[in-house]
Design a protein around this ligand. Structure first.
Ligand code: NAD
Length: 466
């Protein structure tokens, strides 16, 4: 028996959660449930994180969390509970299998079987944003070596366990040479440890185009957070419906399972929603907690039901579907099919699908770190970079001189172009002269960021979970 935490969420959440729990219990899932309240009601009661402290205790105690979609109220100040949960609990791997169910669910890609493994904690989702000048806001993109190593190793271990042939990495390292460059470099390092699995790297733009056009060319695809967020929805949608995909958020201790779609408030309370996405999340949960035989029974019954043409409105198609059913009736049909295996679609075998056990990240020896210059960002409303240069030269020390000024990353001094458009946000780079150095300390501030209010309105992001 495994004790799990369940949140029924908002909108269609309670209906699809009830259907999902009915199915997995009927299949013999050995689970005990602690239910918690998260989402809209909690937000509107004044808790900007959408979850009470006592609910965190339950989630952390049980370690396994099955969550229906929630509604994040419109307007500022509400932090996404999904992002907070992933980061608080260290759920670094987001795994989304995207599989076509041709000919029972229409799709332009009948042979698609792609698993997106998305880094889930960092990248632009660090949520560190600041308005710095009247004209410029920034969002910090943070990529760490442990973040890259953990997710890339997870992708290869997943491929190995699931007997998949290839792991592809998508980045934009031709532009972001430090951040995406690190992700790509770590991919190349870790790929060497898995010589039996093919590996390749694509620049994200052409890779995404290829995935949308020829998904059968891919198997497992690993990528940083933002790209993974966007492309896992694309991948799920092109299998035929975003409503059929589930997602696992895996950490070293805890894990959260969900559907990839939202709370579809317009469909709530009408017994029409398709519970399949959440059911797929629950099947991944059953595998994760070692109840693989139950997971297999549920998946094969679900495939059989789809094959029989018993479809909810979102995938119902004249000529293919046989019967349009509501949420409850769909669940009953899956329960009636427990023990059956599909005839046309490929039956699944989950004998080897329990949770992966990955080695802990080991910190590498520190490299020799030297302070070799300082970038000073300034808010200045003038237009001539030469004029700014003459002003900031006042900051020069005897041996530390202004070496360059950029505006939005493009060099405008010395020898800038008259045509370059400049905002009020300038970066002035100071470097020591040949042979000189800047004084070193063991712990040194690498950056400070001023917090501003513009017209009295705070112009910086809250901490995740704040
Ligand atoms: P959505 O995914 O909730 O719905 C988009 C449309 O897809 C719906 O109008 C509906 O037609 C269809 N749809 C989605 N799921 C379906 C299902 N199971 N069965 C049948 N049809 C389905 O996206 P949205 O309308 O952009 O977002 C609504 C709310 O959900 C927002 O508050 C958003 O913040 C939230 N959201 C939550 C999660 C989550 O909790 N994981 C994820 C995404 C969005």
């Amino acid at each position: 028996m495994t004790r799990i935490t369940v949140a029924k969420g908002d909108g269609i959440g309670p209906e699809i959660m009830d259907a999902t729990l009915d199915i997995i219990k009927a299949a013999g899932a050995q689970i005990e449930i602690d239910e918690i309240e998260v989402g809209e009601k909690v937000y509107l009661a004044g808790n900007t994180s959408g979850i009470a402290n006592s609910s965190w205790d339950t989630i952390r105690r049980n370690k396994i969390f099955l969550k229906a979609p929630i509604t994040t109220p419109q307007g500022g100040g509400y932090k996404s509970l999904n992002v907070t949960t992933r980061k608080f609990l260290g759920l670094y791997a987001n795994v989304r299998p995207c599989i076509s169910l041709h000919p029972f669910v229409s799709t332009k890609h009948p042979v698609m079987d792609v698993v997106i493994v998305r880094e889930n904690e960092e990248d632009l989702y660090a949520g560190i944003e600041h308005q710095q000048t009247d004209e410029v806001v920034q969002c910090l993109k943070l990529i760490s070596r442990p973040g890259c190593e953990k997710i890339i190793r997870y992708a290869f271990e997943y491929a190995k366990q699931q007997k998949r042939k290839k792991v592809t990495c998508f980045t934009k390292d031709n532009i972001m040479k430090q951040t995406d460059g690190l992700f790509h470099q770590v991919f190349d390092e870790i790929a060497k440890e898995y010589p039996e699995i093919e590996n390749e790297h694509w620049i994200i733009d052409i890779g995404a185009a290829k995935m949308a056009d020829t998904p059968e060319a891919f198997d497992v695809i690993v990528m940083p957070n933002l790209y993974g967020d966007v492309l896992s929805d694309v991948a799920a949608q092109i299998t035929g419906s975003v409503g059929l995909a589930g997602s696992a958020n895996i950490g070293e201790e805890c894990a959260m399972f969900e559907a990839i779609h939202g709370s579809a408030p317009r469909r709530a309370g009408q017994n029409v929603a398709n519970p399949s996405g959440l059911l797929q999340g629950a099947i991944m949960m059953l595998n994760h907690i070692g109840q693989t035989a139950v997971a297999e029974r549920v998946q094969n019954a679900w495939l059989t039901t789809l094959e029989e043409g018993i479809h909810t409105y979102d995938i119902y198609k004249e000529g293919v579907s046989k019967q349009k059913v509501g949420t409850k009736e769909f669940a009953q049909a899956v329960i009636a099919n427990l023990g059956k295996t599909p005839k046309t679609l490929k039956a699944v075998s989950y004998a080897n699908s329990a949770a992966l056990n990955l080695p802990k990240y080991k910190r590498k020896a520190s490299a020799k770190k030297e302070l070799v210059g300082v970038d000073v960002f300034v808010h200045w409303n003038g237009e001539s970079a030469d004029e700014l240069a003459s002003k900031v030269k006042a900051l020069e020390l005897n041996h530390v001189k202004l070496s360059m000024i950029t505006n939005r990353g493009i060099k405008v001094w010395p020898e800038g172009f008259r045509e370059t458009f400049c905002t009020d946000h300038w970066r002035c780079r100071f470097k020591p002269q040949e042979g000189a150095s800047i004084s070193k300390q063991d712990i040194i501030s690498i950056k400070t960021e001023n917090l501003y209010a513009f017209d009295g309105k705070p112009a910086y992001s809250l901490g995740q979970g704040q």
